[in-house]
Design a protein around this ligand. Structure first.
Ligand SMILES: Cc1cc2nc3c(=O)[nH]c(=O)nc-3n(C[C@H](O)[C@H](O)[C@H](O)COP(=O)(O)OP(=O)(O)OC[C@H]3O[C@@H](n4cnc5c(N)ncnc54)[C@H](O)[C@@H]3O)c2cc1C
Length: 419
């Protein structure tokens, strides 16, 4: 039984019309591609096939689901798109095929709101059409990503009669996801070193064919460096020169834009994780119902396994309600007003998803750790969920501090006094 995207409390005419169509597409066109060959090694193998599937998405009128009506999309609210994101996550290939995969979706949202007309024409339009890919380059190996104000990458302004007004960028990044084959990077670099820490950095568009952009390697993640969209790169920027017009927003706005990018981004991730949990739950239940553990006794007749199933069901449903409520509140009040809710869903849902993946692997026994089933793919590729977009500990601390403030305890003041 598929529960996917079926939360009547938040259903609208749009989701009632779209969810069944997208679910059908995912089940008929994408799930059959989940062979061991496509789930291991380089992503570029399956990307060729997915690019053909993208044509079917266009023909079905389902391209650009996430965009506003002005941008040629369907004008879905965050809460509506979240429900679709869950359905797409039934397979690792869903978001890519519908061109709403991270990091591109975040870059599209950001550029649509803050980039100049020229940047939009040159970079955003082909990105929206799926003709190119992009990446987001903020984290650095030498500095704690959890506190990115310590960034080492610098963009110095350079004016010359022949070359015009440029930024000269120097720095070292890693975990620039999907940089391999991307046409441009949105790079976070310090442009205003003397400003307050949160006003020092800016976001600058850097085409990856600019001299000085070096993709050092695709970092191996639990034995799998992959390539193409499925990779996470180490990148060096050495005297990379780009026009100052490549700035997104204004100088010193980098952290503000990063926060803006992360608000809806966390809803996208959480709904994707709920879809992953549903998929693993489905696999777990099928296995429990059919694996004979003793003559005439199925695995699902054991109470331990029933516990896995019952706990997973309750945790997935609770997570969906939390995330859709948060998405609805962002739609109504903006992300800043619901920061606590966003922190809560980020760590709660990431952990829930990983618990369900792990329980499903346990129920499958040895087969669960092979690449003959999808579970191993999720185990490798989704462990990062508790680290990126704010590690668990950072979100828990932020939430607890905000709650304690209501009780008259200002923990920030104390930290400042200690320093
Ligand atoms: C799969 C994946 C994809 C990613 N994609 C991108 C991308 O596309 N672009 C990009 O720029 N970056 C990306 N990142 C990087 C990510 O944003 C950083 O890993 C993250 O910000 C954490 O930074 P760090 O790895 O330097 O860990 P650190 O900052 O060194 O933190 C290490 C650990 O310390 C703990 N910790 C941190 N702060 C606190 C605190 N205040 N209190 C208690 N404990 C704390 C947490 O457990 C944390 O995991 C990606 C990461 C992963 C895993």
């Amino acid at each position: 039984m598929l529960f996917l995207g079926m939360e009547p409390l938040f259903a609208t005419d749009q989701t009632r019309a779209l969810v069944p169509r997208i679910r059908e597409f995912v089940l008929n066109e994408l799930v059959p591609l989940e062979s061991t060959e496509h789930l291991t090694g380089n992503f570029s193998k399956v990307a060729k096939i997915l690019d053909q599937k993208r044509e079917l998405v266009r023909k079905a009128g389902l391209w650009g689901l996430q965009h506003s009506i002005d941008e040629g999309g369907l004008g879905l609210s965050l809460c509506e798109f979240g429900q679709i994101s869950e359905v797409l996550a039934w397979t690792p290939f869903g978001h890519y095929t519908f061109n709403c995969q991270a990091p591109d979706i975040g870059n599209m949202e950001l550029m649509n709101k803050y980039a100049s007309k020229e940047i939009k024409n040159r970079f955003l339009e082909p990105l929206k059409e799926g003709h190119i890919r992009s990446c987001f380059s903020m984290t650095e190996p030498e500095f704690a990503g959890s506190n990115p104000t310590q960034m080492g990458t610098v963009a110095e302004r350079e004016r010359s009669a022949d070359a015009g007004d440029n930024y000269l960028i120097n720095g070292h990044k890693w975990f620039t996801s999907s940089a391999d084959g991307a046409s441009f990077a949105v790079v976070m670099a310090v442009t205003n070193p003397d400003a307050a820490p949160h006003k020092r950095a800016s976001m600058i568009v850097v085409p990856t064919d600019t001299p000085g952009f070096e993709l050092v390697r695709n970092i191996s993640i639990m034995g799998d460096p992959s390539d193409h969209w499925g990779s996470h790169a180490e990148v060096r920027y050495t005297n990379v020169r780009v026009p100052v017009d490549n700035l997104i927003g204004g100088e010193g706005m980098g952290f503000m834009l990063a926060q803006e990018r992360l608000g809806p981004g966390r809803i996208h991730h959480c709904m994707r994780w709920i879809g992953i949990a549903e998929r693993c739950f489905d696999l777990m239940c099928r296995r429990a119902a059919t694996r004979e553990i003793e003559p005439g006794v199925m695995l699902g007749e054991k109470q331990f396994i029933q516990g896995f199933i019952a706990e997973s069901r309750a945790e997935i449903d609770a997570s969906r309600l939390m995330v859709l409520r948060t998405a609805h509140n962002i739609d109504e009040q903006g992300a800043a007003a619901v920061r606590n809710e966003i922190s809560a869903i980020k760590f709660f849902v990431a952990n829930m998803m990983l618990r369900v993946v792990d329980r499903a692997i346990q129920v499958f026994g040895a087969m669960g750790v092979t690449d003959d089933v999808l579970l191993g793919w999720y185990y490798r590729h989704e462990r990062g969920a508790r680290i990126y977009d704010g590690a668990d500990e950072v979100h828990k601390t932020a939430l607890a501090r905000s709650i304690l403030k209501e009780y008259g305890l200002d923990t920030r003041k104390k930290v400042a006094a200690q320093v």
